[in-house]
Ligand binder design. Structure first.
Ligand code: NAP
Ligand code: ZN
Ligand code: ZN
Length: 351
């Protein structure tokens, strides 16, 4: 074991603060990574505050990790010291169930081992995430970050990127389709970029009038202010596909009504309370309402490679580690353009 420093929440109502803990020494198939940057996902906030009611404290959040390989175990073949790598929301899975065999590790039947807040493999304690100096991960759950993309701006691809990429690919979004993205936050801004890059006609739905110009700069062909009920009514029955990345409770039926016959709304935003669904809104046009959880390891690499080829990264605002609590408050006000990334060089040496 070695001692690692990081930032943790010790209770749902506690501010994040410096924290020291132990990580395992790299085993034969492990990669030991010096973390350079970690994105700040809204899921970190939900979990640090126990909004999904399953947080194990102390909680070291962070699952949008990029860093440089420091050392590898004796049997590691995929990486070597000095490589630019990433770690997303998972650090392991059973590898044997049908989901794992299909490259859908996030739906592992016994349960994927998530980067934080999951039981450790040895049964002692739970996983700690990327708001920390180093992490040790099995090589099969480490991703390669293309050399051509900015390192800090690549970090949020590991969650916000793949979480939007996966449903867009699964539902075969492409040319000739009218696609809506709801909420211009960390996930939503990547949803807009990917849907545009895949060739769809893209409409951004936002509650924030201040984001209209940015929505267009990011590639959206149209922007609709979702608080404007007349503007929403004008969108009725017209979309093939809508991706909803809203973090808070909101009226899902207003978006279901925008789908045309056989259209699909995929929910990736994960508000803490259930969203009431109008059954008639679904059955009158044979609409589908689906969910999607992050993405598999293979498709995460596919997404990173696509970003490398097309020069796609996230729009990030760099923060110091000690600014994390203020960043959470700003995220709750939808005041982030469009992802906070922690510069891990600002983490104090010792807690
Ligand atoms: P974020 O950066 O905070 O963005 C959320 C956006 O939702 C805001 O920018 C805002 O966009 C909109 N919004 C916020 N409050 C709203 C309200 N009351 N009514 C309507 N719109 C509102 O969050 P994120 O990191 O992108 O995460 C979004 C959600 O996805 C979170 O719940 C997160 O936990 C979840 N998530 C799910 C997965 C998955 O696997 N399914 C993976 C990662 C994250 P506008 O200002 O444009 O309206
Ligand atoms: Zn996330
Ligand atoms: Zn499995």
């Amino acid at each position: 074991m070695f001692t690692c420093t990081g930032y943790a929440a010790t209770a749902a109502d506690a501010r994040l603060a410096p924290f020291t803990f132990e990580r395992r020494d790299p085993g034969p198939t492990d990669v030991q990574i010096d973390i350079h940057y970690c994105g700040v996902c809204h899921s970190d906030l939900h979990q640090a505050r126990n909004e999904w009611r399953n947080t194990v404290f102390p909680c070291v959040p962070g699952h949008e990790i990029v860093g440089i390989v420091r050392a590898v175990g004796a049997e590691v073949t995929k990486y070597s010291a000095g490589d630019r790598v990433g770690v997303g929301c998972m650090v392991d899975s059973c590898r044997e169930c049908p989901s794992c065999k299909a490259g859908l590790e996030q739906y592992c039947e016994p349960g994927a081992r998530f980067t934080y807040n999951s039981p450790e493999a040895d049964g002692k304690g739970h996983t700690f995430g990327g708001y920390s100096r180093q992490i040790v991960v099995d090589q099969d759950f480490v991703l390669r970050v293309p050399d051509s993309i900015d390192f800090a701006a690549a970090a949020p691809l590991l969650c916000a990127g793949v979480t939007t990429w996966s449903p867009l690919r699964r539902w075969k979004v492409g040319p000739g389709q009218k696609v809506g993205i709801v909420g211009l936050g960390g996930l939503g801004h990547m949803g807009v970029k990917f849907a545009v890059a895949l060739g769809a006609e893209v409409t951004l739905f936002t509650t924030s009038e201040s984001k209209v110009a940015d929505g267009k700069r990011l590639g959206a062909h149209r922007v609709v202010i979702s608080r404007d009920s007349a503007a929403m009514a004008a969108e009725a029955d017209s979309f093939d596909f809508i991706l909803d990345a809203v973090s808070a409770n909101h009226d899902i039926n207003a978006y279901l009504a925008c789908l045309k016959l056989d259209g699909t709304l995929v929910q990736v935003g994960a508000p803490e309370d259930p969203l009431p669904v109008s059954v008639f809104g679904l059955l009158m046009k044979r609409r589908s309402f689906a969910g999607s959880l992050i993405g598999g390891i293979g498709e995460t690499q596919e997404m990173l490679d696509f970003c490398g080829e097309h020069g796609i990264t996230c729009d990030v605002e760099m923060i110091r580690m000690d600014e994390i609590n203020e960043a959470y408050e700003r995220m709750l006000k939808s005041d982030v353009k469009y992802r906070f990334v922690i510069d891990m060089a600002t983490l104090p040496e010792a807690a």
